[in-house]
Structures are given as structure tokens and as C-alpha cells.
Design a protein. Structure first.
Ligand code: AMP
Ligand code: MN
Ligand code: MN
Length: 348
């Protein structure tokens, strides 16, 4: 994809020719085509919601042989298990080895596809739907719009161009995606266009109260206790990030075992940590293996945490990013501190 700089510093969205190529890639599929949808590892609401909403739209358009998947263990996090379209999900090892078309959702780079990355080579063609400014353009066709609040914005535009009807099932996934990535319409990305899209989705009859309760406001009592413990050990470093402040905490696998909780419950933890008034940057470090940690970074706007995450091997958006860290916890925190000390400041 040719990227053209526009006001605001973000690359422009997809060119008309790219949209036309994407429409043709779907519309010209033979009747017996096998289509494989893949979203990023450790899928969140945007990854799963965009993928399943779009998948249901494709099925409505007549695609019969359709699978959806994500890398790693095939467990769908509890908050998303009720979503329409979960019946499309297949464990990664059971997916078509050589699909006619692969479509990737919310993945900024091939590394986010884990063991499924090889499907990009064995597929007839590949289409990438995403909204990360850092997207590497790893698809044959790339619909990447860094101005889109969620990948589901891109997914809906493609469904519209394909002539799909927006029904409540399709809308549910797209709405879960939109609310996840806008922090329920609280973040800066919440433009008038986002609210117009939400209005279209709600007009299908979906119930926002039920959806929010299931996705954001339900967790086991054990997770409430676990959060108490992990928040109790949060550390505030006002001098970090060149004086903008850092608040961080961590959770080990042992913490999860002690409270009998699955790992996904920790995904919501960053939202409790990032409230900290005294820190621009917040960080949650979640143990993923013996010496492996999934790190979430958030910024209130002073520091570009995507640059920090990229420097440490990950990626993301300016104000929400992450990476996988290795080694001892204190060394990892030291590396984060060091990157933050020289981090790019976002222009006011
Ligand atoms: P999270 O903190 O996991 O909610 O992720 C926040 C943002 O950072 C999302 O846009 C992710 O796509 C991105 N991100 C998280 N972890 C990684 C990683 N290991 N590599 C690249 N990007 C990541
Ligand atoms: Mn995501
Ligand atoms: Mn996203």
C-alpha cells in the first residue's frame, strides 16, 4: 500500500484501487471457495468482533466454506463466547491448509498471526483489514486505515461495498469491536463518524446494555479479589517518563492459580491502573510463560507508547500499545523505564 502523509501525521486510509481490489477478491470467489478468517493472537473485542461480524456478512453473501480462527489455544475468552458467529471458529490446526482467500483482522504485522502465518503463502490470495498506523502491509491486498477507531470500521465499509445487509448478528460483532477500541466511546478516536456507525449498528435492534454488561462489566468474584491484590502492589514512579509519571503493576501465573482464574481476566486490569492521576503512562505486566511477559502500555496523551512498544519488540497505537518481554521482572521494568526516559513526546 502506498502511504501518503496527511494532516495529523497519520498515513492516509486505503486508496480507491485497494478497495476495488478487495471487493473483487471477495466477489470473484468461485461458489466452492474456502475462505479463512484470522485475527490476532490473544484476541480482543476488536479482533474477534470484526472477524465474526464480517464472517457472518460473508456467509450472508453466499460464502459457504468459511472458517474463522486465531493463533494459540482455541479457547475464546468468556466475555466473547456468546457472540453470534462463534460457530465459525475452528482450532488453528483444523483450518484449511490452502484456502482460496485469507482475511486477517486487527493484526499490525505477520508476527501477530503466530503459527498461522504460513497460510498467507499457501492461500490463493490474502486481504488485510486493520487500523494500526504501524501496519506492515503484509497482505496481497491491504485495507489499512489508521484513522479508523477500530478494525470493524474498515470491515463495515467493505461489507457495505460488497452489498451485504447489516443485520443484528453482523452488527453485534462490529459493535463489540467498536466499543472495545473506543473504550466505550470515551477515547479520542470517538469521532462523529464513530457515533454515526454506532447509530447504524444500534438501529438493527442490538441491545447495548446487555452487550456492555457481558463484555466489560462481568467477571468472576475470584477475579475481583485477584484485582485487589494486583492493584495493591501497583507502583507509582512520578519522575519516570521524563517527569510525566509511570504507574505499573504485574500479575504472575501463580496469582492466577491462587485465585483460580483464567489469564484473560487480566486484560481488564489496565483500565483500573490507568486511572492514576499522577501518571501519564500506565503499564500492566502479565506473566505468560516461565520468563515471558505480556506487557500492556497506555498513555493519557503526553507519551507515544507505541514507539516504546516498538523499541521493545511490539507495537500498537500511540496511546495503547504492547509487547512481549522476556527475562526477569525487575530487568523488564528497567528496560521499560529506560525506553520511557527517552520516549517520544506527543505534540500538544
Ligand atoms: P493490549 O495492551 O494487549 O490491549 O494491546 C494494546 C495494543 O497494543 C493493541 O493495539 C495491540 O494490537 C498492541 N499490542 C499488544 N501486544 C502486542 C505485541 N506483542 N506485539 C505487537 N502489538 C501488540
Ligand atoms: Mn486488537
Ligand atoms: Mn483494533
Amino acid at each position: 500500500m502506498t502511504e501518503v502523509a496527511v494532516a495529523g501525521g497519520l498515513p492516509a486510509g486505503p486508496a480507491e484501487s485497494e478497495w476495488a481490489a478487495a471487493v473483487a477478491a471477495v466477489r470473484d470467489l468461485p461458489a466452492d471457495a474456502r475462505v479463512l478468517l484470522i485475527c490476532h493472537v490473544n484476541p480482543d473485542g476488536d479482533a474477534l468482533g470484526s472477524m465474526l461480524g464480517f464472517g457472518l456478512g460473508l456467509r450472508q453473501l453466499g460464502v459457504r466454506d468459511l472458517q474463522a480462527t486465531f493463533p494459540g489455544p482455541p479457547e475464546v475468552p468468556e466475555p466473547f463466547r456468546w457472540m453470534p458467529g462463534v460457530e465459525l471458529l475452528v482450532p488453528q490446526d483444523d483450518t484449511y491448509p490452502d484456502p482460496d482467500l485469507v482475511i486477517c483482522f486487527d493484526a499490525a504485522s505477520e508476527s501477530r498471526l503466530g503459527d498461522l502465518v504460513g497460510r498467507l503463502d499457501t492461500a490463493g490470495t490474502s486481504l488485510v483489514l486493520d487500523h494500526h498506523a504501524s501496519n506492515t502491509g503484509f497482505g496481497r491486498i491491504n485495507l489499512v486505515d489508521p484513522h479508523a477507531a477500530a478494525t470493524s470500521v474498515v470491515a463495515l465499509e467493505l461489507l457495505d461495498r460488497l452489498g451485504a445487509t447489516l443485520d443484528a448478528e453482523v452488527a453485534t460483532g462490529l459493535y463489540v469491536a467498536l466499543t472495545t477500541d473506543t473504550g466505550s466511546f470515551r477515547f479520542e478516536a470517538t469521532t462523529p463518524a464513530v457515533h454515526r456507525m454506532a447509530a447504524r449498528l444500534l438501529a438493527t435492534g442490538i441491545r447495548p446494555g446487555d452487550i456492555s454488561r457481558r463484555v466489560f462489566d462481568t467477571r468472576p468474584f475470584g477475579a475481583v479479589r485477584l484485582f485487589g491484590e494486583v492493584l495493591g502492589r501497583a507502583t507509582l514512579e512520578p519522575a519516570a517518563a521524563a517527569g510525566h509519571g509511570l504507574v505499573w503493576t504485574y500479575a504472575t501465573r501463580e496469582d492466577l492459580v491462587r485465585h483460580d482464574q483464567p489469564a484473560y481476566v487480566l486484560e481488564a486490569l489496565i483500565d483500573s491502573v490507568r486511572c492514576t492521576e499522577e501518571a501519564d503512562v500506565s503499564c500492566v505486566i502479565k506473566q505468560a510463560g516461565e520468563a515471558e511477559w505480556a506487557v500492556s502500555l497506555r498513555s493519557k496523551g503526553a507519551v507515544d507508547v507505541s514507539a516504546v512498544a516498538v523499541a521493545l519488540g511490539g507495537g500498537g497505537h500511540r496511546f495503547a500499545a504492547g509487547f512481549t518481554g522476556r527475562g526477569a521482572l525487575d530487568e523488564l521494568v528497567g528496560r521499560i523505564r529506560a525506553e520511557l526516559a527517552t520516549a517520544t513526546l506527543v505534540a500538544p
